[in-house]
Write a protein that binds this ligand. Structure first.
Ligand SMILES: NC(=O)c1ccc[n+]([C@@H]2O[C@H](COP(=O)([O-])OP(=O)(O)OC[C@H]3O[C@@H](n4cnc5c(N)ncnc54)[C@H](O)[C@@H]3O)[C@@H](O)[C@H]2O)c1
Length: 269
């Protein structure tokens, strides 16, 4: 039987953990015996995540952070080390979406706002997080950056989001090489279309249309389906896996989806 118990007692920071993918990752980590620093700009919801973890018998604390602010991220990492004595890993997940628009219609302030959270925020998490992991001298350190399929492929009407996510994949691959000799793995998770509040106020039918259009299996992903990959990457089972940008997208980035006529559809009956 494969044993995931190597994650037990590892100390991890998860940014953007008040909701969506970050929340699912924090819950999954804590459920498996990790000590989690839940971090988010939204303190009210973040404290509720901590309550949920503690009620289930897990270990977590909240620290409010705006990942675009250097002093906040520095403070977050210090808090984690002061609270738990060390840091094993960081999940740089906090991110925002941008309105869909052709490239020339974005303003510079929109570009600055998005990249300061989605790219600079990841860099800051890596900068201070990796320093703390190195100082902690842990045996299996990890960095998990939540990028996107937009980190691997171009997207019409999403130039600034796509450029930031490509940057996250670049940071991931380069840092993987920097820290491989020190037994710290650095990977990116590239989710496809996952059901979280990043979809904002989009009506359910629009979301479902997107799911049919973008996902070969016709449904949105569940945040837990991303969290399970994060758990594997945090475990010692994944020590030989680094510098990868791993898709969780039901195969949508694998190639072009074309309609196929089955010769024997009765096999499904
Ligand atoms: N849901 C998807 O379909 C999808 C697909 C690809 C990539 N992603 C990426 O996954 C990550 C998580 O997205 P999600 O879908 O869970 O979104 P979400 O909106 O449900 O959650 C994002 C969390 O980040 C927090 N946050 C926003 N700005 C912040 C800041 N400046 N500092 C700290 N926290 C901040 C929010 O408060 C929220 O709790 C993002 O990086 C996103 O780009 C999501």
């Amino acid at each position: 039987m494969t044993d995931f118990s190597s994650v037990r007692n590892k100390v991890a920071i998860v940014t953007g953990a008040s909701d969506g993918l970050g929340k699912a990752i924090a819950l999954c980590f804590a459920d498996n015996g990790m000590k989690v620093v839940v971090s988010d700009i939204n303190a009210e919801k973040g404290n509720k995540v901590v309550d949920e973890i503690r009620k289930a018998g897990g270990e977590a604390t909240f620290f409010r952070t705006d990942v675009s602010q250097e002093e906040d991220v520095k403070g977050l990492v210090k808090f984690a080390v002061d609270t738990y004595g060390r840091l094993d890993g960081i999940v740089n997940n906090a991110g925002i979406s941008a309105e869909s628009r052709p490239t020339h219609e974005y303003s510079l302030s929109e570009f600055d706002q998005l990249t300061s959270i989605n790219l600079k925020g990841v860099f800051l998490g890596m900068k201070f997080g990796i320093e703390a992991i190195l100082r902690s001298k842990v045996s299996g350190g990890f960095v998990i950056n939540v990028a996107s399929l937009a980190g691997l492929l171009g997207n019409s009407s999403m130039a600034i989001y796509t450029s930031a996510k490509h940057g996250v994949v670049g940071l991931t691959k380069s840092a993987a090489l920097d820290y491989a000799p020190y037994n710290i793995t650095v990977n990116a998770i590239c989710p496809g279309t996952i059901k979280t509040s990043i979809w904002g106020n989009a009506p359910e039918e629009v979301i479902q249309q997107y799911a049919k259009l973008l996902s070969p299996n016709g449904r949105l992903g569940d945040p837990k389906e991303v969290a399970h990959l994060a758990l594997f990457l945090a475990s010692d089972l994944a020590r030989y896996l680094s510098g990868s940008a791993i898709t969780v997208d039901a195969g949508s980035s694998a190639g072009k989806l074309t309609p196929t006529q089955w010769a024997h559809p009765e096999i499904l009956e």
